[in-house]
Design a protein around this ligand. Structure first.
Ligand SMILES: [Ca+2]
Ligand SMILES: [Ca+2]
Length: 462
């Protein structure tokens, strides 16, 4: 594996562009080009689907590798990679969303507190099929290795799609985790019911049956037990903190203590959400706002003979029940702070000059495929997009209860998966997928990625 390290003097124009609403243009030739004005540089290559990257107290970037089934530390100065852990019992299905996903560093890591802990989530095999677990490892700084695994929470659902899988260490000392709807009711899984509105019974919780956790944000004690101050739903306390999610790949606490998430909508309405205990985020009855715009819930999985239907992105057969958003009477609904993007009720998702190939048409639907959410040290929210290969900086307004206009940064022909920041916030690191579709500078779908499996960096001088 070749490690590319380019020391690039980042021109002041980057900061200028960052402070305007104009996108930062990638140089011709893309990141890694020799232009001194290149706004995006390559820090490291040769990673296998980096999923979460985190700036560590050792000055390294810590990364999970979804398909590589590893935890790797990357020296941001040299690009050198050091494997801290290979997860031999992890499962990754080819081209799928399972594997080694979430990563959260204990705030006490390498601070002589005795809490040299690192928390991970990953897919593993059981007699009943694949499941996801959250596990704690101890970091041995002499060996530069993670060791002594201890299960935190096992037996969570796993799927080839919509795993979500973002893990955070909260300011309250609890672990937070997003678990998606597992890709139910669409594509090859169209006969699986969406369980994002399903809440567990007391008997299920007692039996450690976590099947109702699909499409939720979870909150747990560090040993995996249920915090006594978690919200009750239908009189039952569980790990569920909030519900009604499709695929929340972003989760972040702001210094204010407020918790934010972003998630991927169906054909429209990726969402930025303020996550509050006990609230319902509406999926699958509502995408974005409850406005009957561009989305109707077609309940494929509830059709009498589901498998006799052929799944279609646009048209529902007569026996697939359709639910208008305005017909839903769910309680405790929390609308998003922003959507990316909501379209008119009569919007034609098939119409697109850039996506004539039906197999790539989804690339032109009005979603960004948001893949992460983190709070930059300046207080601005940073989201990454798979479909755009760009970072979106979203200022918080109204005491954190409203969102300002997003600014698009570091646009390249890649699928951006996650960000990390150095402690000053001046250098923003971006992890890229190894394969898949994105859009080239003309907006045309392409699977030719400029920097597959890489860590990129750009300067954000705010
Ligand atoms: Ca990150
Ligand atoms: Ca809507």
């Amino acid at each position: 594996m070749r490690i590319v390290v380019l020391v690039v003097a980042v021109a002041a124009c980057v900061a200028t562009a960052c402070s305007s609403s104009a996108p930062v243009a990638a140089p011709s030739g893309g990141p890694g080009g020799s232009s001194a004005a290149a706004p995006v540089r390559v820090v490291a290559t040769g990673l296998e689907d980096p999923y979460e990257i985190v700036w560590g107290p050792d000055g390294f970037i810590w990364a999970t590798e979804k398909s590589g089934k590893r935890v790797t530390r990357i020296d941001p100065k040299t690009g050198e990679k050091k494997v801290a852990l290979s997860l031999d019992d992890a499962v990754h299905s080819p081209q799928a969303q399972d594997g080694v996903l979430g990563l959260a560093l204990d705030p006490g890591l390498l601070k002589a507190t005795g809490n040299d802990y690192v928390y991970l989530s990953y897919t593993y095999k059981t007699q009943d099929g694949n499941r996801t677990k959250i596990a704690r490892y101890t970091y041995d700084k002499d060996r530069q290795a993670l060791q002594d695994p201890a299960d935190v929470l096992t037996g969570l659902s796993s799927s080839i799609d919509h795993q979500s899988g973002k893990l955070r260490f909260g300011p309250d000392g609890k672990l937070y985790y997003t678990i998606g709807d597992q890709g139910a009711n669409q594509f090859t899984l169209y006969c699986n019911r969406i369980e994002a509105q399903t809440l567990p019974t007391a008997a299920q919780v007692r039996a450690h049956d976590w099947s109702a956790y699909r499409g939720k944000v979870l909150r747990m004690n560090l040993d995996g037990s249920i915090p006594p101050d978690n919200p009750m739903f239908n009189g039952v306390r569980s790990h569920i903190y909030a519900y009604g999610f499709r695929n929340a790949q972003g989760l972040a606490f702001a210094p204010s203590g407020l918790l934010y998430s972003d998630e991927q909508g169906p054909k429209s309405d990726d969402e930025l959400n303020l996550i509050e205990a006990g609230k319902n985020y509406g999926w699958p009855y509502v995408a974005g706002y409850q406005d009957d715009k561009g989305y109707v819930y077609g309940e494929w999985a509830a059709a009498k003979d589901c498998a006799s239907n052929t799944y279609d992105d646009y048209d529902f057969p007569p026996d697939v029940a359709q639910h208008k958003e305005s017909d839903w009477k769910g309680s405790d609904f929390a609308p998003p702070l922003a959507t990316f993007y909501t379209v008119a009720a009569d919007y034609d998702f098939r119409t697109s000059e850039h996506c004539p190939d039906p197999r790539a048409q989804f690339q032109c639907w009005p979603t960004l495929a948001l893949s992460s959410l983190e709070v930059h040290p300046s207080g601005t929210l940073f989201m990454t997009s798979l479909k755009e290969g760009a970072v979106y900086a979203v200022p918080l307004t109204g005491g954190g209860h409203t969102a300002g206009k997003p600014v698009k940064l570091a646009d390249t022909t890649n699928r951006y998966r996650d960000t990390a920041f150095d402690p000053t916030g001046k250098t923003v690191y971006v992890a890229t997928d190894n394969s898949g579709l994105t859009r080239d500078p003309t907006g045309t779908p392409t699977d030719t990625l400029e920097n597959p499996g890489a860590i990129l960096a750009f300067t954000y001088d705010k």
